[in-house]
Write a protein that binds this ligand. Structure first.
Ligand code: GRF
Length: 202
């Protein structure tokens, strides 16, 4: 069975979607650890309520060593690392040893509205400012860049003229809760191959 770790920084609704899909039997994997870089992340409470091992590694305390500390915890313990609203940037050895074994969910259709500094409500504000007619979310492999690895799944939502950023965020989040478990399911079933920039097999 695929062993995963989920890294969070906030409410953990994407973590909850993974938990729900495991409990429903749709997703065959085990969450070995939930790691947060913020001590007050509600996602930690969600994990504890399911007796999932949790680690809080406050990025104020760890700074740039956080990647190496997370690597020490997860090396040899999990098959896949899932970034679900994790705001620290992973770098160094963890990216090498977990090459093509780290995925992230971004609340926009990459390559739009992504990259350094593009996270949270700001992504949706920029999409509305630009006047896009559709937006959505992307699940992708993590590489050395920011939101730049091969794309696994994208889900599209309509954008309406009167949308607020919060309304768009909620609509996209609903699709995130479908896309992330779906991507993990494909990986757990060995369906995914990466050829250059492309993810094939699904
Ligand atoms: C989601 O919108 C995700 O796309 C982004 O951060 C948010 C995390 O939300 N990376 P949650 O903590 O999973 O509720």
């Amino acid at each position: 069975m695929l062993k995963i770790a989920v890294l969070i920084s906030g409410s953990g609704s994407n973590l909850q979607a993974i938990i729900d899909n495991i409990e429903s039997g749709n997703l065959k994997c085990s969450i070995e650890a939930v790691i947060s870089d913020k001590k007050d992340a509600y996602g930690i409470d969600r994990a504890k309520s399911k007796n999932i091992k949790t680690y809080v590694m406050d990025k104020k305390q760890y700074g740039t060593t956080i990647s190496q500390e997370i690597f020490k915890i997860l090396d040899g313990k999990v098959d896949l690392i899932v970034l679900a609203g994790f705001l620290s940037i992973l770098q160094g050895e963890i990216l090498l040893k977990f090459k093509n074994k780290i995925i992230n969910i971004h609340p926009a259709l990459i390559p739009c509205f992504c990259g350094a500094g593009m996270y949270g409500i700001k992504v949706h504000e920029k999409a509305l400012e630009y006047g896009v007619k559709v937006s959505g979310c992307s699940v992708h492999f993590v590489d050395e860049g920011t939101d730049s690895g091969p794309i696994i799944i994208q889900k599209v939502v309509q954008v309406y003229g009167e949308d607020s950023a919060i309304e768009l965020q909620k609509r996209v989040l609903q699709q995130e809760h479908i896309a992330l478990p779906e991507a993990i399911k494909y990986i757990s079933e060995g369906k995914i191959r990466i050829v250059g920039r492309k993810v094939i097999g699904i």
